[in-house]
Design a protein. Structure first.
Length: 547
Protein backbone atom coordinates (compact mmCIF):
# COMPACT_ATOMS: atom_id res chain seq x y z
CA UNK A 1 0.00 0.00 0.00
CA UNK A 2 2.87 2.35 0.82
CA UNK A 3 4.44 1.69 -2.57
CA UNK A 4 1.12 2.42 -4.29
CA UNK A 5 0.81 5.72 -2.43
CA UNK A 6 4.38 6.60 -3.31
CA UNK A 7 3.78 5.76 -6.97
CA UNK A 8 0.62 7.86 -7.01
CA UNK A 9 2.48 10.75 -5.40
CA UNK A 10 5.01 10.91 -8.25
CA UNK A 11 2.37 12.18 -10.68
CA UNK A 12 0.30 15.36 -10.78
CA UNK A 13 -3.09 13.62 -10.58
CA UNK A 14 -1.82 10.28 -9.32
CA UNK A 15 -3.99 10.03 -6.23
CA UNK A 16 -7.23 10.88 -8.07
CA UNK A 17 -6.31 8.43 -10.84
CA UNK A 18 -5.67 5.70 -8.27
CA UNK A 19 -9.16 6.22 -6.81
CA UNK A 20 -10.80 5.99 -10.26
CA UNK A 21 -8.85 2.84 -11.12
CA UNK A 22 -9.79 1.27 -7.78
CA UNK A 23 -13.48 2.00 -8.36
CA UNK A 24 -13.30 0.54 -11.87
CA UNK A 25 -11.55 -2.61 -10.68
CA UNK A 26 -14.19 -3.01 -7.96
CA UNK A 27 -16.98 -2.78 -10.54
CA UNK A 28 -15.15 -5.24 -12.79
CA UNK A 29 -14.72 -7.66 -9.89
CA UNK A 30 -18.46 -7.51 -9.17
CA UNK A 31 -19.15 -8.23 -12.86
CA UNK A 32 -16.79 -11.22 -12.75
CA UNK A 33 -18.61 -12.61 -9.71
CA UNK A 34 -22.00 -12.15 -11.41
CA UNK A 35 -20.71 -13.93 -14.50
CA UNK A 36 -19.36 -16.81 -12.43
CA UNK A 37 -22.60 -17.20 -10.46
CA UNK A 38 -25.22 -16.68 -13.18
CA UNK A 39 -23.31 -17.53 -16.34
CA UNK A 40 -24.52 -14.23 -17.85
CA UNK A 41 -21.60 -12.22 -19.26
CA UNK A 42 -23.64 -9.08 -20.00
CA UNK A 43 -22.33 -7.12 -17.00
CA UNK A 44 -18.75 -8.24 -17.61
CA UNK A 45 -19.07 -7.33 -21.29
CA UNK A 46 -20.34 -3.87 -20.34
CA UNK A 47 -17.46 -3.37 -17.91
CA UNK A 48 -14.93 -4.41 -20.55
CA UNK A 49 -16.34 -2.70 -23.65
CA UNK A 50 -19.01 -0.21 -22.42
CA UNK A 51 -21.59 -2.19 -24.41
CA UNK A 52 -23.23 -5.62 -24.33
CA UNK A 53 -21.35 -7.78 -26.83
CA UNK A 54 -21.96 -11.09 -25.11
CA UNK A 55 -25.26 -12.66 -24.07
CA UNK A 56 -25.88 -15.48 -21.66
CA UNK A 57 -26.19 -17.98 -24.53
CA UNK A 58 -22.58 -17.24 -25.46
CA UNK A 59 -21.14 -17.59 -21.97
CA UNK A 60 -17.98 -19.61 -21.58
CA UNK A 61 -14.71 -19.07 -23.40
CA UNK A 62 -15.06 -15.27 -23.92
CA UNK A 63 -14.93 -14.77 -20.15
CA UNK A 64 -11.12 -14.77 -19.80
CA UNK A 65 -10.82 -12.39 -22.76
CA UNK A 66 -13.23 -9.94 -21.14
CA UNK A 67 -11.41 -10.18 -17.81
CA UNK A 68 -8.15 -9.43 -19.60
CA UNK A 69 -9.79 -6.44 -21.27
CA UNK A 70 -10.84 -5.12 -17.87
CA UNK A 71 -7.20 -5.32 -16.76
CA UNK A 72 -6.10 -3.43 -19.88
CA UNK A 73 -8.77 -0.80 -19.27
CA UNK A 74 -7.58 -0.27 -15.69
CA UNK A 75 -4.00 0.14 -16.92
CA UNK A 76 -5.19 2.58 -19.60
CA UNK A 77 -7.15 4.64 -17.05
CA UNK A 78 -4.08 4.90 -14.83
CA UNK A 79 -1.82 5.93 -17.71
CA UNK A 80 -4.30 8.55 -18.94
CA UNK A 81 -5.54 10.07 -15.68
CA UNK A 82 -2.31 10.23 -13.63
CA UNK A 83 -0.98 13.21 -15.58
CA UNK A 84 2.69 14.19 -15.99
CA UNK A 85 5.41 13.23 -13.54
CA UNK A 86 6.46 15.64 -10.81
CA UNK A 87 8.20 18.02 -10.75
CA UNK A 88 6.99 19.55 -14.00
CA UNK A 89 9.22 21.66 -16.21
CA UNK A 90 8.15 25.30 -16.28
CA UNK A 91 8.06 27.77 -19.12
CA UNK A 92 7.10 25.38 -21.93
CA UNK A 93 6.84 26.99 -25.40
CA UNK A 94 3.34 27.80 -26.64
CA UNK A 95 3.63 25.12 -29.35
CA UNK A 96 4.28 22.46 -26.71
CA UNK A 97 1.39 23.71 -24.56
CA UNK A 98 -1.05 23.59 -27.48
CA UNK A 99 0.24 20.20 -28.58
CA UNK A 100 -0.38 18.75 -25.13
CA UNK A 101 -3.91 20.17 -25.17
CA UNK A 102 -4.60 18.65 -28.60
CA UNK A 103 -3.20 15.29 -27.52
CA UNK A 104 -5.50 15.29 -24.50
CA UNK A 105 -8.45 16.21 -26.77
CA UNK A 106 -7.59 13.21 -28.95
CA UNK A 107 -7.46 11.00 -25.86
CA UNK A 108 -10.86 12.30 -24.75
CA UNK A 109 -12.12 11.66 -28.28
CA UNK A 110 -10.98 8.05 -28.12
CA UNK A 111 -12.77 7.57 -24.81
CA UNK A 112 -16.04 9.52 -25.07
CA UNK A 113 -16.19 12.49 -27.47
CA UNK A 114 -16.35 10.53 -30.74
CA UNK A 115 -19.26 8.47 -29.44
CA UNK A 116 -21.12 11.68 -28.50
CA UNK A 117 -20.42 13.35 -31.87
CA UNK A 118 -21.43 10.19 -33.69
CA UNK A 119 -24.87 10.44 -32.06
CA UNK A 120 -25.22 13.94 -33.55
CA UNK A 121 -23.87 13.27 -37.05
CA UNK A 122 -21.43 10.87 -38.71
CA UNK A 123 -20.16 13.72 -40.90
CA UNK A 124 -19.61 16.01 -37.90
CA UNK A 125 -17.65 13.27 -36.14
CA UNK A 126 -15.47 12.62 -39.21
CA UNK A 127 -14.75 16.31 -39.87
CA UNK A 128 -14.05 17.20 -36.23
CA UNK A 129 -11.75 14.21 -35.73
CA UNK A 130 -9.85 14.93 -38.96
CA UNK A 131 -9.31 18.63 -38.15
CA UNK A 132 -8.15 18.00 -34.58
CA UNK A 133 -5.81 15.21 -35.66
CA UNK A 134 -4.43 17.31 -38.55
CA UNK A 135 -3.51 20.07 -36.09
CA UNK A 136 -1.95 17.45 -33.81
CA UNK A 137 0.11 16.05 -36.70
CA UNK A 138 1.44 19.51 -37.58
CA UNK A 139 2.40 20.46 -34.01
CA UNK A 140 3.88 17.08 -33.06
CA UNK A 141 6.02 17.04 -36.22
CA UNK A 142 7.30 20.54 -35.38
CA UNK A 143 7.90 19.92 -31.67
CA UNK A 144 10.06 16.78 -31.87
CA UNK A 145 13.80 17.44 -31.91
CA UNK A 146 16.87 15.48 -32.97
CA UNK A 147 15.80 15.03 -36.61
CA UNK A 148 16.59 16.96 -39.79
CA UNK A 149 14.33 19.43 -41.58
CA UNK A 150 13.95 16.99 -44.48
CA UNK A 151 12.84 14.28 -42.06
CA UNK A 152 10.18 16.63 -40.66
CA UNK A 153 8.99 17.62 -44.14
CA UNK A 154 8.51 14.01 -45.24
CA UNK A 155 6.77 13.12 -41.98
CA UNK A 156 4.47 16.16 -42.21
CA UNK A 157 3.53 15.36 -45.82
CA UNK A 158 2.71 11.74 -44.97
CA UNK A 159 0.71 12.74 -41.90
CA UNK A 160 -1.43 15.34 -43.66
CA UNK A 161 -2.06 13.06 -46.66
CA UNK A 162 -3.17 10.27 -44.36
CA UNK A 163 -5.48 12.56 -42.35
CA UNK A 164 -7.01 14.98 -44.85
CA UNK A 165 -7.15 13.01 -48.12
CA UNK A 166 -9.68 10.38 -46.94
CA UNK A 167 -12.08 13.10 -45.71
CA UNK A 168 -13.38 14.30 -49.13
CA UNK A 169 -13.15 10.75 -50.50
CA UNK A 170 -15.63 9.56 -47.89
CA UNK A 171 -18.16 11.96 -49.43
CA UNK A 172 -17.52 10.84 -53.04
CA UNK A 173 -19.25 7.81 -54.51
CA UNK A 174 -16.95 5.41 -56.30
CA UNK A 175 -13.91 5.60 -54.01
CA UNK A 176 -12.65 2.04 -53.67
CA UNK A 177 -11.23 0.38 -50.57
CA UNK A 178 -7.77 0.02 -52.12
CA UNK A 179 -7.38 3.81 -52.44
CA UNK A 180 -8.39 4.34 -48.82
CA UNK A 181 -5.94 1.62 -47.73
CA UNK A 182 -3.05 3.31 -49.56
CA UNK A 183 -3.87 6.58 -47.81
CA UNK A 184 -3.83 4.68 -44.53
CA UNK A 185 -0.29 3.61 -45.40
CA UNK A 186 0.68 7.31 -45.38
CA UNK A 187 -0.58 7.63 -41.80
CA UNK A 188 1.33 4.48 -40.94
CA UNK A 189 4.52 6.04 -42.33
CA UNK A 190 4.00 9.23 -40.31
CA UNK A 191 3.60 7.24 -37.09
CA UNK A 192 6.80 5.31 -37.82
CA UNK A 193 8.75 8.54 -38.33
CA UNK A 194 7.30 10.13 -35.17
CA UNK A 195 8.32 7.10 -33.11
CA UNK A 196 11.85 7.45 -34.49
CA UNK A 197 11.84 11.14 -33.64
CA UNK A 198 10.57 10.43 -30.13
CA UNK A 199 13.38 7.95 -29.65
CA UNK A 200 15.98 10.53 -30.73
CA UNK A 201 14.36 13.48 -28.94
CA UNK A 202 14.96 12.21 -25.41
CA UNK A 203 11.87 13.54 -23.66
CA UNK A 204 9.99 10.30 -24.15
CA UNK A 205 10.76 7.11 -22.27
CA UNK A 206 11.46 3.73 -23.83
CA UNK A 207 8.09 2.55 -22.49
CA UNK A 208 6.22 5.28 -24.38
CA UNK A 209 8.02 4.47 -27.64
CA UNK A 210 7.38 0.74 -27.16
CA UNK A 211 3.68 1.36 -26.50
CA UNK A 212 3.58 3.43 -29.68
CA UNK A 213 5.11 0.54 -31.61
CA UNK A 214 2.44 -1.83 -30.28
CA UNK A 215 -0.28 0.65 -31.27
CA UNK A 216 1.33 0.88 -34.72
CA UNK A 217 1.31 -2.84 -35.49
CA UNK A 218 -2.04 -3.64 -33.81
CA UNK A 219 -4.15 -2.83 -36.93
CA UNK A 220 -1.97 -5.22 -38.96
CA UNK A 221 -3.23 -8.05 -36.77
CA UNK A 222 -6.84 -7.57 -37.91
CA UNK A 223 -6.62 -9.93 -40.94
CA UNK A 224 -5.23 -12.68 -38.70
CA UNK A 225 -7.83 -12.04 -36.01
CA UNK A 226 -10.61 -11.99 -38.60
CA UNK A 227 -9.36 -15.32 -39.93
CA UNK A 228 -9.28 -16.72 -36.41
CA UNK A 229 -12.84 -15.53 -35.77
CA UNK A 230 -14.05 -18.01 -38.41
CA UNK A 231 -13.09 -20.86 -36.10
CA UNK A 232 -14.97 -22.13 -33.09
CA UNK A 233 -12.33 -20.82 -30.67
CA UNK A 234 -13.63 -17.28 -30.98
CA UNK A 235 -17.23 -16.17 -30.53
CA UNK A 236 -19.12 -14.05 -33.06
CA UNK A 237 -17.23 -10.83 -33.96
CA UNK A 238 -14.30 -11.94 -31.84
CA UNK A 239 -11.86 -10.10 -34.11
CA UNK A 240 -13.64 -6.82 -33.47
CA UNK A 241 -13.59 -7.43 -29.71
CA UNK A 242 -9.87 -8.17 -29.64
CA UNK A 243 -9.15 -5.16 -31.87
CA UNK A 244 -11.08 -3.04 -29.38
CA UNK A 245 -8.80 -4.37 -26.63
CA UNK A 246 -5.65 -3.57 -28.61
CA UNK A 247 -6.97 -0.06 -29.29
CA UNK A 248 -6.11 1.03 -25.74
CA UNK A 249 -2.42 1.11 -26.69
CA UNK A 250 -3.04 3.97 -29.12
CA UNK A 251 -4.87 5.94 -26.45
CA UNK A 252 -2.12 5.31 -23.90
CA UNK A 253 0.58 6.34 -26.40
CA UNK A 254 -1.16 9.67 -26.97
CA UNK A 255 -1.59 10.26 -23.23
CA UNK A 256 2.03 9.40 -22.36
CA UNK A 257 3.25 11.53 -25.27
CA UNK A 258 1.37 14.49 -23.76
CA UNK A 259 2.51 13.72 -20.20
CA UNK A 260 6.20 13.46 -21.03
CA UNK A 261 6.20 16.60 -23.18
CA UNK A 262 6.34 18.45 -19.87
CA UNK A 263 10.06 17.59 -19.71
CA UNK A 264 12.70 19.78 -21.45
CA UNK A 265 13.81 18.83 -24.98
CA UNK A 266 16.89 16.67 -25.06
CA UNK A 267 16.38 15.43 -21.50
CA UNK A 268 15.41 11.74 -21.30
CA UNK A 269 12.27 10.99 -19.35
CA UNK A 270 13.00 9.36 -15.97
CA UNK A 271 12.30 5.68 -15.47
CA UNK A 272 9.48 4.67 -13.10
CA UNK A 273 12.05 3.56 -10.52
CA UNK A 274 13.70 7.00 -10.54
CA UNK A 275 16.91 5.93 -12.32
CA UNK A 276 18.06 8.21 -15.16
CA UNK A 277 17.24 7.04 -18.68
CA UNK A 278 20.10 6.38 -21.11
CA UNK A 279 20.93 9.08 -23.65
CA UNK A 280 19.77 8.39 -27.24
CA UNK A 281 22.50 7.56 -29.72
CA UNK A 282 22.46 8.94 -33.26
CA UNK A 283 22.90 6.70 -36.28
CA UNK A 284 21.48 5.52 -39.56
CA UNK A 285 19.45 2.73 -37.99
CA UNK A 286 16.17 4.74 -37.94
CA UNK A 287 16.11 4.98 -41.74
CA UNK A 288 16.31 1.20 -41.99
CA UNK A 289 13.45 0.99 -39.49
CA UNK A 290 11.41 3.42 -41.63
CA UNK A 291 12.01 1.35 -44.76
CA UNK A 292 11.15 -1.96 -43.10
CA UNK A 293 8.05 -0.55 -41.37
CA UNK A 294 6.69 0.97 -44.57
CA UNK A 295 7.26 -2.18 -46.62
CA UNK A 296 5.90 -4.54 -43.95
CA UNK A 297 2.18 -3.74 -44.54
CA UNK A 298 2.63 -4.52 -48.24
CA UNK A 299 3.42 -8.13 -47.35
CA UNK A 300 -0.27 -8.82 -46.75
CA UNK A 301 -1.20 -7.59 -50.26
CA UNK A 302 -1.04 -10.46 -52.75
CA UNK A 303 -0.37 -10.08 -56.44
CA UNK A 304 -3.41 -10.06 -58.70
CA UNK A 305 -2.64 -13.51 -60.06
CA UNK A 306 -1.19 -14.92 -56.86
CA UNK A 307 -2.54 -17.73 -54.72
CA UNK A 308 -5.86 -16.92 -53.12
CA UNK A 309 -6.64 -17.48 -49.45
CA UNK A 310 -9.46 -19.93 -48.87
CA UNK A 311 -11.27 -20.13 -45.54
CA UNK A 312 -12.96 -23.40 -44.58
CA UNK A 313 -15.75 -23.89 -42.10
CA UNK A 314 -17.50 -20.52 -42.50
CA UNK A 315 -20.70 -22.03 -43.86
CA UNK A 316 -23.85 -19.94 -44.09
CA UNK A 317 -22.50 -17.19 -41.81
CA UNK A 318 -19.55 -16.33 -44.08
CA UNK A 319 -21.31 -13.66 -46.09
CA UNK A 320 -23.19 -12.21 -43.12
CA UNK A 321 -19.92 -11.58 -41.25
CA UNK A 322 -18.71 -9.17 -43.94
CA UNK A 323 -19.36 -5.59 -42.88
CA UNK A 324 -20.30 -2.93 -45.44
CA UNK A 325 -17.55 -0.38 -46.10
CA UNK A 326 -20.00 2.25 -47.21
CA UNK A 327 -18.97 2.25 -50.88
CA UNK A 328 -21.27 2.09 -53.90
CA UNK A 329 -20.64 -1.59 -54.71
CA UNK A 330 -23.80 -3.61 -55.24
CA UNK A 331 -24.54 -7.16 -54.13
CA UNK A 332 -23.13 -8.74 -57.29
CA UNK A 333 -19.77 -6.98 -56.81
CA UNK A 334 -19.73 -8.11 -53.18
CA UNK A 335 -20.35 -11.70 -54.26
CA UNK A 336 -17.43 -11.47 -56.70
CA UNK A 337 -15.15 -10.21 -53.93
CA UNK A 338 -16.24 -13.04 -51.62
CA UNK A 339 -15.76 -15.81 -54.16
CA UNK A 340 -12.44 -16.90 -52.64
CA UNK A 341 -13.09 -16.59 -48.87
CA UNK A 342 -16.65 -17.92 -49.14
CA UNK A 343 -16.51 -20.35 -52.09
CA UNK A 344 -19.33 -22.66 -51.05
CA UNK A 345 -21.76 -19.88 -50.20
CA UNK A 346 -21.02 -17.92 -53.36
CA UNK A 347 -21.25 -21.03 -55.55
CA UNK A 348 -24.64 -21.80 -54.06
CA UNK A 349 -25.80 -18.21 -54.55
CA UNK A 350 -24.60 -18.32 -58.17
CA UNK A 351 -26.58 -21.51 -58.76
CA UNK A 352 -29.66 -19.91 -57.18
CA UNK A 353 -29.20 -16.85 -59.41
CA UNK A 354 -28.96 -19.04 -62.51
CA UNK A 355 -32.11 -20.92 -61.47
CA UNK A 356 -33.92 -17.63 -60.88
CA UNK A 357 -32.84 -16.35 -64.31
CA UNK A 358 -34.03 -19.62 -65.90
CA UNK A 359 -37.44 -19.29 -64.22
CA UNK A 360 -37.74 -15.68 -65.36
CA UNK A 361 -36.93 -16.63 -68.96
CA UNK A 362 -39.50 -19.42 -68.80
CA UNK A 363 -42.11 -17.02 -67.42
CA UNK A 364 -41.33 -14.54 -70.20
CA UNK A 365 -41.77 -17.27 -72.83
CA UNK A 366 -45.07 -18.35 -71.26
CA UNK A 367 -46.27 -14.73 -71.13
CA UNK A 368 -45.32 -14.16 -74.79
CA UNK A 369 -47.11 -17.37 -75.81
CA UNK A 370 -50.21 -16.38 -73.81
CA UNK A 371 -50.31 -12.92 -75.43
CA UNK A 372 -49.92 -14.42 -78.89
CA UNK A 373 -52.77 -16.85 -78.20
CA UNK A 374 -55.02 -14.12 -76.82
CA UNK A 375 -54.39 -11.86 -79.82
CA UNK A 376 -54.97 -14.77 -82.21
CA UNK A 377 -58.47 -15.31 -80.73
CA UNK A 378 -59.48 -11.77 -81.73
CA UNK A 379 -60.53 -10.88 -85.31
CA UNK A 380 -61.64 -7.70 -87.10
CA UNK A 381 -65.49 -7.57 -86.94
CA UNK A 382 -65.52 -5.38 -90.10
CA UNK A 383 -62.87 -7.10 -92.21
CA UNK A 384 -64.20 -5.77 -95.54
CA UNK A 385 -64.39 -2.14 -94.43
CA UNK A 386 -60.83 -0.86 -94.53
CA UNK A 387 -59.94 2.24 -92.53
CA UNK A 388 -57.06 4.68 -92.79
CA UNK A 389 -55.73 3.30 -89.53
CA UNK A 390 -56.89 0.14 -87.83
CA UNK A 391 -55.82 -2.67 -85.54
CA UNK A 392 -57.14 -5.58 -83.51
CA UNK A 393 -55.71 -6.88 -80.22
CA UNK A 394 -56.66 -8.48 -76.96
CA UNK A 395 -57.23 -5.92 -74.21
CA UNK A 396 -56.41 -7.12 -70.68
CA UNK A 397 -58.94 -5.66 -68.27
CA UNK A 398 -57.87 -4.73 -64.73
CA UNK A 399 -59.77 -4.89 -61.44
CA UNK A 400 -63.22 -3.37 -61.97
CA UNK A 401 -62.94 -3.47 -65.77
CA UNK A 402 -63.30 -0.50 -68.10
CA UNK A 403 -60.88 1.36 -70.35
CA UNK A 404 -60.34 4.76 -71.98
CA UNK A 405 -59.82 6.53 -75.29
CA UNK A 406 -57.84 9.72 -74.76
CA UNK A 407 -55.26 12.22 -76.00
CA UNK A 408 -52.19 10.90 -74.18
CA UNK A 409 -50.17 14.07 -74.82
CA UNK A 410 -52.73 16.63 -73.70
CA UNK A 411 -51.50 18.17 -70.47
CA UNK A 412 -54.04 20.98 -70.19
CA UNK A 413 -56.36 21.32 -67.21
CA UNK A 414 -60.01 20.52 -67.71
CA UNK A 415 -62.72 17.87 -67.34
CA UNK A 416 -62.02 14.31 -68.45
CA UNK A 417 -64.10 11.22 -68.97
CA UNK A 418 -64.85 9.65 -65.59
CA UNK A 419 -65.19 5.87 -65.21
CA UNK A 420 -67.57 6.34 -62.26
CA UNK A 421 -69.81 8.57 -64.38
CA UNK A 422 -69.60 5.93 -67.09
CA UNK A 423 -70.81 3.32 -64.59
CA UNK A 424 -73.75 5.58 -63.66
CA UNK A 425 -74.50 6.06 -67.36
CA UNK A 426 -74.27 2.35 -67.94
CA UNK A 427 -71.70 2.53 -70.74
CA UNK A 428 -69.70 5.70 -71.51
CA UNK A 429 -68.74 9.16 -70.22
CA UNK A 430 -66.86 11.69 -72.36
CA UNK A 431 -65.43 15.13 -71.61
CA UNK A 432 -62.59 17.19 -73.02
CA UNK A 433 -60.04 14.92 -74.66
CA UNK A 434 -60.96 11.57 -73.08
CA UNK A 435 -63.76 9.03 -72.86
CA UNK A 436 -64.23 6.34 -70.19
CA UNK A 437 -66.00 3.13 -71.25
CA UNK A 438 -67.31 0.34 -69.03
CA UNK A 439 -67.11 -3.39 -69.70
CA UNK A 440 -68.97 -6.46 -68.48
CA UNK A 441 -65.79 -8.31 -67.51
CA UNK A 442 -62.73 -7.62 -65.37
CA UNK A 443 -59.32 -9.23 -64.80
CA UNK A 444 -59.63 -10.98 -68.15
CA UNK A 445 -58.93 -10.23 -71.80
CA UNK A 446 -61.52 -8.92 -74.26
CA UNK A 447 -61.22 -8.30 -78.00
CA UNK A 448 -60.78 -4.70 -79.13
CA UNK A 449 -60.69 -3.36 -82.69
CA UNK A 450 -60.00 0.30 -83.53
CA UNK A 451 -60.66 1.96 -86.91
CA UNK A 452 -60.02 5.57 -87.91
CA UNK A 453 -61.82 6.98 -90.99
CA UNK A 454 -61.70 10.27 -92.86
CA UNK A 455 -65.50 10.46 -92.73
CA UNK A 456 -68.37 8.80 -90.90
CA UNK A 457 -68.73 5.11 -91.86
CA UNK A 458 -72.07 3.26 -92.00
CA UNK A 459 -73.65 2.43 -88.63
CA UNK A 460 -73.91 -1.36 -89.11
CA UNK A 461 -75.80 -1.97 -85.85
CA UNK A 462 -76.61 -5.61 -86.51
CA UNK A 463 -75.01 -8.01 -84.01
CA UNK A 464 -74.06 -5.35 -81.45
CA UNK A 465 -75.60 -4.97 -77.99
CA UNK A 466 -74.70 -1.31 -77.43
CA UNK A 467 -73.60 1.49 -79.77
CA UNK A 468 -72.98 5.02 -78.46
CA UNK A 469 -71.27 7.98 -80.15
CA UNK A 470 -69.58 10.92 -78.37
CA UNK A 471 -67.35 13.88 -79.29
CA UNK A 472 -63.71 14.34 -78.22
CA UNK A 473 -61.08 17.06 -78.70
CA UNK A 474 -57.51 16.12 -79.61
CA UNK A 475 -55.19 19.03 -78.88
CA UNK A 476 -51.96 17.17 -79.71
CA UNK A 477 -53.24 15.28 -82.73
CA UNK A 478 -53.40 11.91 -80.98
CA UNK A 479 -56.19 9.66 -79.69
CA UNK A 480 -55.13 6.30 -78.28
CA UNK A 481 -56.20 3.28 -76.29
CA UNK A 482 -53.71 2.53 -73.44
CA UNK A 483 -51.15 -0.21 -74.01
CA UNK A 484 -50.51 -2.83 -71.35
CA UNK A 485 -47.61 -2.20 -68.97
CA UNK A 486 -46.61 -4.59 -66.22
CA UNK A 487 -47.65 -3.62 -62.66
CA UNK A 488 -50.05 -0.96 -64.05
CA UNK A 489 -53.73 -0.96 -64.95
CA UNK A 490 -54.97 -2.95 -67.93
CA UNK A 491 -54.22 -2.21 -71.56
CA UNK A 492 -53.93 -3.60 -75.06
CA UNK A 493 -51.41 -6.45 -75.25
CA UNK A 494 -50.95 -5.96 -78.99
CA UNK A 495 -49.99 -2.86 -81.01
CA UNK A 496 -52.80 -0.43 -81.84
CA UNK A 497 -52.44 2.84 -83.83
CA UNK A 498 -53.40 6.32 -82.69
CA UNK A 499 -56.71 7.38 -84.20
CA UNK A 500 -56.60 11.16 -84.81
CA UNK A 501 -56.17 10.85 -88.60
CA UNK A 502 -56.77 14.56 -89.26
CA UNK A 503 -54.33 15.89 -86.65
CA UNK A 504 -55.43 18.25 -83.86
CA UNK A 505 -59.14 18.96 -83.79
CA UNK A 506 -62.53 17.51 -82.90
CA UNK A 507 -63.50 13.89 -83.53
CA UNK A 508 -66.51 11.67 -83.21
CA UNK A 509 -65.90 8.42 -81.32
CA UNK A 510 -68.42 5.62 -81.88
CA UNK A 511 -68.15 2.63 -79.50
CA UNK A 512 -69.70 -0.78 -80.25
CA UNK A 513 -69.93 -3.51 -77.58
CA UNK A 514 -71.25 -7.07 -77.40
CA UNK A 515 -70.89 -10.13 -75.19
CA UNK A 516 -70.29 -13.77 -76.15
CA UNK A 517 -71.30 -17.02 -74.58
CA UNK A 518 -68.44 -18.62 -72.70
CA UNK A 519 -66.71 -21.36 -74.72
CA UNK A 520 -66.52 -24.42 -72.48
CA UNK A 521 -63.84 -25.94 -74.73
CA UNK A 522 -61.66 -22.81 -74.54
CA UNK A 523 -61.82 -21.22 -71.09
CA UNK A 524 -59.31 -18.50 -72.16
CA UNK A 525 -61.49 -17.34 -75.06
CA UNK A 526 -62.72 -13.71 -74.69
CA UNK A 527 -66.39 -13.28 -73.78
CA UNK A 528 -66.63 -9.60 -74.78
CA UNK A 529 -65.77 -7.55 -77.89
CA UNK A 530 -65.57 -3.79 -78.47
CA UNK A 531 -65.16 -1.82 -81.70
CA UNK A 532 -64.05 1.82 -81.65
CA UNK A 533 -64.69 3.91 -84.76
CA UNK A 534 -63.16 7.40 -84.95
CA UNK A 535 -63.67 10.08 -87.63
CA UNK A 536 -63.43 13.88 -87.77
CA UNK A 537 -66.57 15.68 -86.56
CA UNK A 538 -67.32 18.97 -84.81
CA UNK A 539 -70.30 17.83 -82.74
CA UNK A 540 -69.82 17.10 -79.02
CA UNK A 541 -73.34 15.67 -78.65
CA UNK A 542 -73.77 12.21 -77.22
CA UNK A 543 -75.86 9.97 -79.48
CA UNK A 544 -77.17 6.58 -78.35
CA UNK A 545 -77.70 4.35 -81.37
CA UNK A 546 -78.42 1.16 -79.42
CA UNK A 547 -78.57 0.60 -75.65
Amino acid sequence: MTRIRAAAGRYRFGRAAAVVVALYLTAAAVAVVLAAVSGDLSALSTAATARVWITSEQAGRPGPVLIGMCGLNAWMLWQVLRGPALPRAGGSPSGVVWLRRLLYVNVAGDLVLRELLDEVSDTAEDVASALVWAATVILLTRVVSGVSAGFRAIALALGLIGVLAPLPMSLIDGTDLQTVSLLGLASFGWTVMILIAQRRDGRWSDATVDIGRIALIAPLLFPLLNLASQSEWLFFDGAGLLMSALGVFGTVWLARTAHELAGPAGTPAPRPDGRPAPQPTPGRGPWLFVAVALVLPLVVIDAEDGALLRVAGAGERCREQVRSHGGPADASELDTALESPCPDVIARRAEEAREQARREREEEREWAAWKAGANARCADPWPRLRAGRQGTAAYLLSEGGGYAVHDDRDGTEGPDGDIFEAVRDGFIDAAGSSAAITTHGENAPMCLTVKAFDAAPPLRLKGWDRVVEVGLLSRSGRLVVPSYREYEDGGAIGPLPHLAVDGPGRYRVRVYARAFERDEDDPDAPVEEHLIVVYPGRSAEKVVHRR
